[in-house]
Design a protein around this ligand. Structure first.
Ligand code: 9L8
Length: 834
């Protein structure tokens, strides 16, 4: 029996009287004990930091809960516009320490736990990363929702609740071995299941035109196999502002009706199999970064996300405004995180036209005023295309809608460029040829009012290259939003010692106004301050050494060495190979007694390879083999070491960036859309060695040429060189490079594994090498020499380090989100009071 009223508190009690809001030490300790003893059933004898962490997280979650409700009420009462960030990836990492920071209770809780004999650090370390993303694109989504909450913007993140996140990487015999990441195995205190908001998602079946009672013809999508989408909500707290926004992640669950149907037909085993197929949809994150694989399950995931999220928004709309959609576009905006959720454009048309009876032209106007698309890559292998026949089978109604959108769009193109058939073929959403394919980027372009790249160069290249035809048709749609990262996690949270030094020097406004770091500029000349800065860096490097020792206890690392860091996904365009060539060159110099090499250097490389990307896996093996040779050679001990850090992930970066001296951003110019690791490292006082690519260009602009180590060909020079690129003759003409290649070809690093690096060697010697690694070798080596010389002058290096941090303000995701809001979303900021 449904109850009439469900009373949880005395009618007059105000929520502030509840212990669950108290932010004092005694409030937390009381709740912590309550959860530890009664909810988890543990006692003092259980010394597991895991359960203490769970109990503490519960207590903190309670504090978020009231603020979450208050935020919800504030937004609801305002009846204002909302934005929805649709993304297949949200790479959140750990939550506990970030929640403490944003609630402003880090010191209180650290002290409170200490009083109980518990080290907070141990609890923090026992939390698993939420690895629901591959790399930059997924982490960007996580930084963005942090900034939206901090800026008090009504933005909901929509994504998928993968049962298995990004795989765990182990290294066995120098090779990557993947282990599934069952991150939910112990449950997840930070999420709340919302069964009551479950929705049905259709797959398969066919369409039919039916006439309704009013004699109106409607397309019906019938005989479908339906899957239930169940939302799980995670609170996203703003920085000390009472705002708690929502990240809603969908889980696929088999419908009971579906089971019953099959079961009644007498096929029990089939019905269980069907249930499992349905629940496969959100089972695993595809581990391909900037690399499409075209699998049917991936398309299912994409549609599942798009349909569930849109239905959720529309059912909310209908509850408030009924079937009147005239103001829908004024009140709602969807930001598509790359083309991955771009089927949402066709799905919104389906929901408006077929389900809510909106005429096509009105629905199309709404869609085109509601959808905004962010492009994250120019790499052709990452551009999504779906075979038409697959879409017809899996999503027949969506395919019809895409054909209709395309027909009307091509008519518009034909009007604009009469008789230009080549252009029609180029711009069609449907690529003709062997098998017809849907070009998802074009669907996104046609269906959106805004299209942006993620750094100046990238946005410019989109307009001049990939999307040029569309830029000519709709120049005003195009814009740039240079990426950023949240200074809460990437400075205040991960580097408390540096944060404290900054705050005692210039105050704490930088946490939410990162450009205030400019106030540090005069201190770059202050001897006292520089000593403090150096001490903080020294301590961070020592902590990084301790962290590396967990993986490599055998290594003897020198805290005064130059810490040279390249951490990111392993990809040929990111050119980890170029880094290895430099390390081999240094090794060769030391071995031949070149005494100019005086600066001890620790080179740290980390990152995951997509499991199917053979060359990337070979690169990992090469790094490990070279590391083994170098680290076991007494001739180079104390001068040079190289190590591969296994299982690079968000929580690893939080330890790495405070301790880095040099940030390697060495992609082939024009290939890295932005990069965001470059920003995290800069913020923590690392200097960049980099090409004129992605956000490196803007980093250099901000910090000044004299505080940035630039090398390599420009994007224009790269493209101009392609036709006559001759790496073999470049090797012949450069003795250092010749010696490096000889070492590789002689099998020096693979004496018992003949031939294993032949593929890598051939790829860089190939005149058609798309990444042109050899072309930048000389410039890179010479620039690395300048790095060494600069590092020798400790005082000067410290000055440059301070200036890098001081000028990193532009790269706060708060700045990025303010630009999205001012130019695309146009939401009002709403402050929340309790
Ligand atoms: N490589 C870009 C990086 O430069 C940028 O900083 C970051 C955030 O804007 O996005 C990175 C990026 N990731 C992807 C990506 C493409 C996929 C994928 C999965 C399947 C298919 C394509 C995951 C990630 N593109 N760009």
């Amino acid at each position: 029996m449904p109850y009439k009223r469900f009373i949880l508190s005395k009618p007059n009690s105000s929520i502030t009287e509840l212990n669950a809001l108290g932010l004092g030490k005694t409030d937390f300790i009381a709740d912590f004990k309550q959860y530890y003893i009664h909810l988890l059933g543990r006692d003092e004898a259980c010394r597991s930091p895991y359960y203490a962490g769970e109990a503490l997280s519960q207590a903190i979650r309670d504090r978020l809960m009231e603020r979450w409700k208050a935020t919800h009420k504030t937004y609801k009462a305002a009846h204002g516009k909302r934005a929805f960030y649709l993304s297949m990836e949200f790479l959140l990492g750990r939550t506990l320490s970030n929640a403490m920071l944003n609630l402003g209770v880090t010191d209180t809780i650290t002290q409170g736990m200490y009083d109980l004999g518990v080290e907070i650090e141990e609890l923090i370390e026992s939390e698993l990363d939420a690895g629901l993303g591959n790399g930059g694109l997924g982490r960007l989504a996580a930084c963005f929702i942090d900034s939206c909450a901090t800026l008090q913007l009504p933005v909901i993140g929509y994504g998928l609740r993968y049962e298995y996140g990004m795989f765990t990487q182990t290294i066995i015999n120098g090779e990557q071995v993947e282990k599934p990441d069952h991150w939910l195995r112990h449950g997840n205190v930070w999420e709340i299941e919302r069964l009551e908001y479950s929705l049905l998602i259709k797959f398969g079946g066919h369409t039919e035109i039916q006439t309704d009672e009013q004699g109106i013809q409607r397309v019906c999508w019938i005989n479908t196999h339906d899957v239930l989408a169940v939302p799980y909500d995670t609170p996203i707290p703003g920085y000390q502002n009472n705002t708690v926004n929502t990240l809603r992640l969908w889980k696929a669950v088999a419908t009971e009706e579906f089971d019953l149907e099959e079961f009644n037909a007498g096929d029990y085993a089939e019905s269980v199999a069907a249930k499992i197929t349905a629940e496969h949809i959100t089972m695993v994150l595809y581990p391909n970064d900037a690399n499409e694989n075209g699998k049917e399950l991936r398309l299912r995931q994409q549609y599942f996300l798009a349909s569930a999220s849109l239905q959720d928004v529309i059912s909310h709309w209908v509850k408030l405004y009924g079937e009147n959609f005239s103001e829908f576009a004024q009140k709602n905006v969807f930001q598509l995180n790359d083309t991955h959720p771009s089927i949402a454009i066709a799905e919104l048309m389906r929901l408006l036209v077929d389900i809510h009876g909106v005429p096509w032209n009105d629905a199309w106007a709404i869609t085109r005023q509601t959808m905004a698309y962010t492009n994250h890559t120019l790499l052709p292998e990452a551009l999504e295309k779906w075979p038409v026949n697959l879409m017809q089978r899996l999503l027949p109604r969506l395919m019809e809608i895409i054909f209709e959108i395309n027909a009307r769009f091509l008519a518009e193109v034909a009007l604009h460029w009469p008789g230009d058939n080549a252009r029609l073929r180029r711009m069609s959403i449907i690529e003709e040829g062997g098998q017809q394919q849907v070009r998802m980027a074009y669907l996104a372009l046609v269906g959106s009012f805004s299209v942006n790249g993620v750094a100046q160069l990238h946005s410019q290249l989109l307009q001049q290259g990939l999307f040029h035809d569309f830029y000519e048709l709709w120049p005003n749609k195009f814009n740039n939003k240079t990426n950023g990262v949240t200074p809460r996690r990437w400075l205040a949270g991960c580097n408390p010692e540096l944060a404290e030094l900054i705050t005692e020097t210039i105050g704490d406004s930088w946490v939410t106004e990162l450009s205030d770091l400019k106030k540090l500029i005069p201190y770059a000349e202050n001897a006292q301050f520089k000593i403090k800065w150096r001490t903080v860096k020294h301590n961070a490097k020592q902590r990084l050494i301790d962290y590396i020792h967990l993986q490599h206890p055998e290594l003897n690392l020198n805290v005064d060495a130059l810490f040279d860091v390249q951490v990111k996904r392993i990809h040929e365009y990111k050119r980890q190979i170029l880094n290895v060539l430099h390390v081999i060159h240094l090794y060769d110099r030391i071995k031949r007694g070149d005494s100019h090499m005086v600066v001890p250097r620790c080179v740290l490389i980390g990152g995951k390879a997509a499991p199917g990307y053979v060359m990337a896996k070979k690169i990992i093996k090469l790094i490990n083999n070279v590391a083994h040779s170098i680290n076991s050679d007494p001739d180079v001990a104390g001068k040079l070491s190289l190590f591969f850090l296994p299982d690079y992930r968000v929580s690893a970066m939080e330890k790495i960036c405070p301790g880095a001296d040099l940030s390697e951003q060495i992609s082939t110019a024009g290939k890295e859309a932005s990069g965001t690791g470059n920003m995290k490292l800069m913020m923590n006082g690392a200097l960049t060695i980099g090409t004129l690519d992605g956000a490196n260009i803007e980093i250099r602009e901000e910090v000044g040429d004299e505080n940035f180590f630039l090398f390599g060909l420009t994007e224009g020079e790269i493209e101009a060189r392609r036709s006559h690129y001759d790496p073999v003759s470049m090797i012949d003409q450069d003795t250092d490079l010749q010696r490096v290649i000889n070492l590789l070809e002689s099998g020096h690093f693979n004496q018992f594994e003949p031939g294993i690096f032949d593929g890598i060697i051939a790829s860089i010697k190939n005149p058609h090498d798309p990444w042109m690694t050899i072309a930048d070798f000389r410039s890179y080596i010479d620039t690395q020499k300048r790095v060494e010389d600069a590092y020798l002058d400790k005082d000067h290096w410290t000055r440059m380090s301070i200036l890098n941090c001081a000028n990193s303000g532009k790269f706060s995701s708060d700045r990025t989100i303010n630009e999205y809001n001012d130019e695309i979303w146009k939401l009002e900021h709403r402050s929340v009071s309790l």
